[in-house]
Design a protein around this ligand. Structure first.
Ligand SMILES: O=C(O)CCC(=O)C(=O)O
Length: 323
């Protein structure tokens, strides 16, 4: 493992032109590529599946390996890895998140190219409905307090270097059983907006599809969750094998509060983990979760959400990109 760390100096000295071209090439590599119609799915429903005790397992970063990760995902749906990334990198990412989200704030503004904003030219043409899809995606992010990493290719390329230096590329290859790819739409810098919306329960497979292998690495950049005053995530920490019904929910890909209450909360299967800056929380496209909801938050929360897929079992509609 190399010692690459993300600092303001390493980030701001990057070559924004070559980073932009490189990120464009990463997406271009998937323009004509179709996913395998019959991937070998990592998580299969056993004939006699019984729900395990709801629990969010956690381990220190030094113990992380693909077998342990697979066992936790197969049994509990998710795994918290403590202290995965160092404070200096996390602090650099908080500042970068502010800069990228602020640069994307006004859709009509002409923003000068910089480390914090320089979207690849092919982002528009590679979206399924071209301009409309990109405008809708950006508007969704503005409303949610987030921005796609690919809006800032130098930040995105730095993240890939950081992940590789901390063993994530090898871990994903081992976990997925093939090289990983990422996704332009599901690689997101987040700065929570307060108040938080209540109706956010979802499984990402509801809009990505389920005939694929995935893993999300959600990195909180500051202390959050539980009673910390900053929103973490509400989770149903169980292995689920299907997408829950969207009946009564706000979106056709989300899940209503009443369904979660009836099916899970009554059995004490909803949990609210506490996270520290630089932890990594892994879960897949069937994990039921939402931005933690309560009405008395006093602090913002920053996070990076990065979804990985098998290079041959990816959701084409999420704009895959090579690693
Ligand atoms: O960061 C959040 O509040 C939501 C994250 C999320 O829904 C996800 O990573 O899938």
């Amino acid at each position: 493992m190399s010692l690459f760390e993300l600092t303001p100096a390493t980030l701001e000295s990057r070559d924004i032109v070559s980073d932009c071209l490189r990120m464009g090439d990463r997406m271009e590599a998937y323009r004509l590529k179709e996913p395998s119609g019959s991937p070998r799915l990592l998580i299969q429903k056993p004939a006699n599946a019984t729900p395990s005790q709801p629990r969010v397992p956690e381990i220190p970063a030094a113990e992380l390996n693909a077998d342990l990760l697979r066992a936790a995902i197969a049994e509990h749906g998710g795994l918290i890895v403590r202290q995965m990334f160092p404070q200096a990198s996390v602090d650099t990412l908080i500042n970068a998140t502010d800069r990228v989200i602020d640069a994307c704030a006004d859709p009509k503004a002409t923003v000068p190219a910089s480390v914090y904003h320089n979207p690849p030219a092919n982002l528009k043409t590679i979206m399924p409905n071209k301009d409309r899809e990109l405008a809708n995606t950006r508007s969704f992010h503005r409303d949610s307090g987030s921005a796609m990493c690919v809006e800032a290719p130098s930040v995105a390329e730095s993240l890939l270097q950081l992940y590789e230096a901390h063993g994530i590329k090898q871990l994903m290859t081992d976990y997925l059983g093939e090289p990983p790819c990422l996704s332009a739409k599901k690689w997101v810098l987040r700065r929570s907006r307060l108040p938080v919306a209540e109706a956010g329960w979802h499984q990402d497979g509801a809009f990505m599809g389920t005939n694929l292998n995935s893993l999300n690495m959600w990195i909180p950049l500051n202390r959050c969750g539980a009673d910390t005053g900053a929103p973490g995530l509400d989770v149903v920490p169980q292995r689920l094998y299907e997408i829950a019904s969207a009946e009564g929910a706000q979106f056709n890909w989300s899940v209503s509060d009443s369904l979660v209450t009836d099916q899970f909360a009554r059995n004490e299967a909803v949990m609210v983990p506490e996270f520290n800056a630089g932890d990594a929380f892994f879960f897949d496209h069937l994990y039921l979760h939402r931005t933690q909801y309560r009405t008395d938050f006093t602090k913002l929360r920053y996070a990076v959400e990065t979804w990985f897929f098998g290079a041959s079992s990816f959701p084409k509609n999420q704009i895959p990109l090579t690693w």
